[in-house]
Write a protein that binds this ligand. Structure first.
Ligand SMILES: Cc1cc2nc3c(=O)[nH]c(=O)nc-3n(C[C@H](O)[C@H](O)[C@H](O)COP(=O)(O)OP(=O)(O)OC[C@H]3O[C@@H](n4cnc5c(N)ncnc54)[C@H](O)[C@@H]3O)c2cc1C
Length: 573
């Protein structure tokens, strides 16, 4: 017999699981269904042990997408990793837990979304947070996602602040989460301090859900079922979803897509919502003409500088690259026994900087204006405004005590400086494959247009050059013997840096914007209530609704968006 629920949430990832939990709490009389394509993996050590972060990339817990060959990268395709497991990408991510600057969230309101902005997002982000520790920062203390400052840190990590501050960067330790992230700092990481295990949506939100929430794992949704509502206008109503198996599940009230930036747009397209040309090519009957679906794809781009450490200086490399070795097995045994272990450590040392601090403010602004000054696109205009605001970071440099290079680990102990451009101007797309559109073919056509404009290239070059300056500054300079990537001698000029960046650039796994919350005429897919234009009861609640990429790692935004959406849906029930 057909199943019926009041609310169906598609995608048990970061936002979807948080939303489902909050709806079950706030609407105890409603029947709520959460559908996740991947399995539940509550006991998976590669997810739970913080120091094993990264080890489920490329496994069956990963959708393992790739971009189409990128013209500006000499035809390279870039991995697009996404969690395929209950908890989604929050089960897979690197546990960086931070927030962008306040004006960047205010930009969402300024772009036409009433009620959004820093005030709304900080309230929602702290609602999801449960911080243990003491600092001067903005935190939540009663939410589901637990976080703290690492208690285990190698001495080489401690070189970070004394080194970077010598280059004129302000120390911002314990003050970066309240909307002013500029500076050099240690930040918290989303670990449950009671068991030193990853705190993510499946482990921390889901156990709080009521019995009115049903979770189906290993279940893939093929499309949303839409019918035209009676009466004037052409508004469509979501009546439920069709699974890949063909089974139909009905929704009395709402269907909510939380399949993430790569897959929520595809689900809309498969349901008949999107660009005419894309739907026609795929043989899908268009119900709602919404040209913004799958467009406006933005992501953070990064390169690494790697330095081999001098003899006698310790790093995490043996834990990562020699998992059968005595160091790794001993530390893992400690973690399993509940003792203090090096496997507790995750990324914690950051610098968020503006171009002024890197000494290239006027060049970078001029380049951005020359390239995008005449653009009529509101996202481009907002990014130009961000460049003029010194509290908005343009660059992040992240410091790791292990090898994170692009060309393969060849043994030894390392530090790595990862440079990331916070607001690349490239805006690409993700669409269903016209040759094989079904959702379970698992191959959306992803074209981020990485490094496709002069600003993005130069921004990566300047960031990596500054990372080298940091490495050459004492006390950090005293710790390493050689720069292995890109290599001091091989890469000196800007042209050489740009060439290196084309060969070494990777994604920082932060796609956003593909179901943008924007006015319809500006390419918007959802309105300020996260409702898909042209529908009465279909919403998108995940990071795809973020209109402009923020200068932060974006899991806190996913939780904040889920909290705001839950409050709206409960209030409108
Ligand atoms: C490798 C990696 C490292 C990262 N590191 C960090 C970090 O350190 N800090 C940080 O803040 N952010 C990080 N991020 C980014 C952050 O984790 C994501 O932006 C965020 O988790 C996305 O949340 P979401 O809810 O939008 O999507 P997701 O969490 O990806 O959820 C989407 C869910 O939908 C499911 N799904 C998709 N299609 C279907 C379908 N048809 N039917 C049923 N289910 C479906 C997926 O399986 C998935 O579970 C990282 C991301 C990755 C991939």
């Amino acid at each position: 017999k057909d199943e019926t629920y009041d609310y169906i949430i598609v995608g048990g990832g970061t936002a979807g699981t948080a939303l489902a939990t909050r709806l079950s709490q706030g609407l105890p009389k409603s029947k709520i269904l959460l559908i996740e394509a991947g399995p539940a993996a509550a006991d998976e050590l590669r997810i739970n042990v913080p120091g094993l972060r990264g080890s489920i990339l490329g496994t069956s817990y990963d959708w393992n997408f790739t971009t189409v060959p990128q013209t500006s990268l000499g035809g390279r395709s870039i991995d697009v990793n996404r969690g395929k497991v209950l908890g989604g990408s929050s089960a897979m991510n690197y546990l960086c837990y931070d927030r962008a600057s306040a004006p960047e969230y205010d930009a969402w309101r300024e772009l036409g979304n009433k009620g959004w902005g820093w005030d709304a997002m900080i309230e929602a982000m702290t609602k999801s947070e449960n911080f243990t520790g003491s600092d001067n920062d903005r935190h939540g203390f009663t939410g589901p996602i637990r976080n703290y400052y690492n208690r285990v840190v190698y001495p080489v990590i401690r070189l970070w602040q004394p080194t970077v501050s010598k280059l004129g960067i302000n120390v911002n330790d314990g003050n970066s989460m309240g909307g002013k992230p500029i500076g050099v700092m240690f930040q918290p990481t989303n670990i449950d301090e009671t068991r030193h295990t990853r705190s993510y949506s499946a482990s921390s939100y889901l156990p709080l859900a009521g019995r009115n929430l049903v979770v189906k794992t290993n279940t893939q949704v093929a499309k949303v079922n839409l019918v035209k509502r009676r009466g004037p206008g052409s508004v469509y109503q979501a009546t439920g979803v069709t699974l890949s198996s063909g089974e139909i599940i009905a929704a009395n009230k709402e269907v909510i897509l939380s399949a993430g930036s790569v897959q929520s747009p595809g689900l809309l397209e498969l349901s008949g919502v999107g660009q005419a040309a894309v739907l026609k090519a795929a043989g899908v009957n268009q119900l709602i003409d919404l040209p913004g679906v799958g467009e406006n794809y933005q992501d953070h781009i990064r390169v690494s500088n790697t330095y081999r450490l001098k003899e006698g200086i310790d790093s995490f490399d043996p834990l990562i690259f020699d998992s059968a070795g005595a160091n790794a097995t001993g530390e893992l045994a400690k973690w399993l026994n509940g003792e203090q272990s090096l496997y507790e450590y995750t990324t914690a040392a950051y610098g968020f900087m503006n171009w002024q601090q890197l000494g290239v403010d006027s060049q970078m602004k001029q380049l951005a204006r020359k390239t995008f000054g005449r653009s009529t696109n509101p996202i481009d205009a907002k990014k130009l405004q961000h460049l003029d605001n010194p509290i908005v970071p343009a660059v992040e440099i992240l410091y790791e005590a292990n090898f994170v290079g692009a060309f393969g680990y060849t043994g030894g102990k390392f530090i790595t400086l990862i440079s990331t451009v916070m607001h690349p101007f490239a805006r690409g797309s993700v669409h269903i494959d016209s040759q094989n559109p079904a959702a379970d073919n698992n191959k959306p056509v992803i074209d981020p247009g990485y490094m496709s404009n002069a600003y993005d290239i130069q921004a990566l070059v300047e960031a990596a050059k500054f990372a080298r300056r940091i490495a050459h500054t004492e006390p950090m300079r005293l710790a390493w013997e050689i720069e292995t990537e890109p290599g001091d001698e091989a890469v000196q000029t800007d042209e050489q840096w740009a060439d290196f960046a084309r060969k070494a650039m990777g994604s920082f796994y932060h796609p956003v914007g593909t179901c943008a919350m924007l006015p319809r005429g500006d390419g918007g897919v959802v309105d300020a209530n996260l409702r898909v234009y042209g529908t009465s009861n279909l919403r998108v609640v995940d990071n795809s609704i973020i209109p402009v990429i923020p200068s932060a790692h974006i899991q806190t935004a996913a939780y904040g968006i889920a909290e705001i959406a839950a409050a709206k849906i409960i209030a409108q029930a």
